[in-house]
Structures are given as structure tokens and as C-alpha cells.
Design a binder for this molecule. Structure first.
Ligand code: ZN
Length: 153
């Protein structure tokens, strides 16, 4: 195992153990729930929006280390961003976890690059994207719970 993937794995384990922004948000404007039936992950995303910007975001849920670390790192990286910026980040993230393995971590993703190894484990892709699909549903004000079943094909 390379030093880089070891570092990535440590970061994921750290965020799983001590997830950031892991709390309910009673004052949230937007909220959505997501499920990943393949792995049993579930997540709730809370968003406080200010115009086009995500002023604050938090999550709760239970699931595997990847799904939890993904919620933690996602909420950390989108706070203060606009919807357009968030869509762009998700686009890159999605490409990273569903695409071919990269020799170099993709640019512009910051800490989210720790999930770059997920593309080698197709069954874990949905764990890594669950938080994102759920966030998208919250931002689009969809009332129905999200499931990853039909995404990422
Ligand atoms: Zn999972």
C-alpha cells in the first residue's frame, strides 16, 4: 500500500470515528433522507440556506465508515458554497469515484480526494455518494427519501 492511500485511509477512519457536523439542525430550512440498501447506510442531511448559498449544513445517520466519512467531509467542504459551486464539486467527485483509477488525485477536490480509491471498489461507490445524492434532494426540496438504487449506474 502506498503512503498516499494509507493517509487517505487514515483520514476516512478519523472522520468515521469523529464525524464533523454530525448533529441534528432544528433550524434547518431544507432536509432530506437517503438510504443505501446495498450496504444499509442511512443518512439525513440538514441545510440552512441563505439565498443561493449553503450557510450551514449538518448530517446524522448510521452506516459504514465510508458513508459516514463521506457525510463528514462533504459537509465540511460545501459550507459557505453556492448551489452552482456545490454541483461542480459533486460532478468532479462523482467522476472520481465512478471513473478509472487516477495516478494523481483530481484537482479542486481538496480533502475529498481521500475517496479516490473508491473507484476500485464498485460496491462502495454508493456509500461514498449517498450523502451527495441526499444533499441534492434537500437542495431540490424533494420530499421523498432518496435511495441510491437507481443512481450511479
Ligand atoms: Zn456503506
Amino acid at each position: 500500500m502506498s503512503d498516499l492511500s494509507e493517509l487517505y485511509q487514515e483520514t476516512i477512519l478519523d472522520h468515521n470515528k469523529k464525524p464533523r457536523n454530525f448533529r441534528p439542525m432544528p433550524e434547518a430550512d431544507l432536509h432530506a433522507e437517503g438510504f443505501n440498501p446495498l450496504c444499509g447506510d442511512q443518512i439525513q442531511i440538514f441545510v440552512k440556506a441563505k439565498g443561493d448559498m449553503v450557510e450551514d449544513v449538518s448530517f446524522q445517520g448510521s452506516g459504514c465508515a465510508i458513508s459516514k466519512a463521506s457525510g463528514s467531509l462533504m459537509t465540511d467542504s460545501i459550507k459557505g458554497k453556492t448551489r452552482g459551486e456545490i454541483e461542480a464539486i459533486f460532478g468532479k467527485f462523482h467522476e472520481m469515484v465512478t471513473g478509472e483509477p487516477h495516478a494523481e488525485p483530481p484537482e479542486g477536490l481538496g480533502k475529498l480526494a481521500v475517496f479516490s480509491g473508491v473507484c476500485e471498489f464498485p460496491s462502495r461507490v454508493k456509500c461514498a455518494t449517498l450523502a451527495w445524492h441526499t444533499l441534492k434532494a434537500a437542495l431540490e426540496r424533494k420530499g421523498e427519501p432518496v435511495t441510491t438504487e437507481k443512481e450511479d449506474e
